[in-house]
Design a binder for this molecule. Structure first.
Ligand SMILES: Nc1ncnc2c1ncn2[C@@H]1O[C@H](COP(=O)(O)OP(=O)(O)O)[C@@H](O)[C@H]1O
Ligand SMILES: [Mg+2]
Length: 209
């Protein structure tokens, strides 16, 4: 029986940077070997328990499968990310991925974010020139009717910033900007952007790569 290490990724919140890294850098799961009835019967109770656990983990986490839609989306995302190297004084484009629920937007964007994280860290190193940790991706999940203050707070939550529970909208925004610049974030992924309340004048920030 395969003795693949059991990945302990069951308790992650991708809205925190350490957890995002754990997700991005975890090795791919290996499929447990298919056993015949006879082989299964020969396993001890303990080995059977371990085998069943590996199978449960494998089946619950299959994928992401490289469907044609996912491959096409990734190709577009790479094109856009790679042609987005304008200097900081110029506006950068943003990408909106729009589809019916359950079609795999979150899954494919996370898979892209994971590859992007790897490429940036491999090319530029784990630390910035200033000695800060490099976090190429900041991923924020929005929920019902998030305003700018909550969005900034969620960004600070991702970085574990100590000031995330206090401060005005502007202060939170400045700290969030500081985190993004210091850690050289290149991809801000806002999941379920439609929850961002657009009624306020200040809600015009766009996701940038
Ligand atoms: N390419 C894929 N390979 C494997 N599973 C997928 C893939 N795309 C979507 N899924 C599965 O479909 C379900 C819904 O996907 P999700 O990304 O949450 O959709 P959306 O964000 O568009 O609502 C999830 O359980 C996810 O694991
Ligand atoms: Mg989703």
């Amino acid at each position: 029986m395969s003795t693949a290490a059991v990945l302990n990724l069951g308790n992650l919140a991708l809205s925190r940077k350490e957890d995002f890294r754990a997700y991005a850098e975890a090795p791919r799961r290996t499929q447990p070997e298919g056993l015949t009835r006879v082989q299964l019967g020969a396993l001890s109770a303990e080995a059977r328990g371990e085998y069943d656990m590996l199978r449960r983990g494998w089946h619950a986490n299959i994928g992401p499968i490289r469907t044609p839609q996912l491959a096409e989306l990734h190709e577009d995302l790479w094109d856009i990310a790679d042609s987005n190297l304008q200097d900081g004084d110029k506006a950068k484009g943003a990408v909106a991925v729009d589809a019916f629920p359950g079609l795999g937007k979150t899954t494919s964007v996370l898979a892209f974010a994971r590859e992007f994280h790897h490429r940036e860290v491999a090319e530029k190193g784990q630390y910035t020139d200033q000695g800060n940790e490099r976090w190429p991706v900041c991923r924020v999940g929005l929920t019902g009717n998030t305003g700018m203050k909550d969005l900034n707070r969620s960004i600070l939550e991702f970085f574990g910033h100590p000031g995330r529970n206090r401060g005005t909208t502007t202060q939170l925004g400045q700290w969030a900007l500081d985190c993004v610049l210091s850690c050289e974030v290149k991809l801000l992924a806002l999941d379920d952007l439609h929850f961002l309340s657009g009624t306020r004048r200040t809600a015009s920030r766009s996701a940038t790569t």
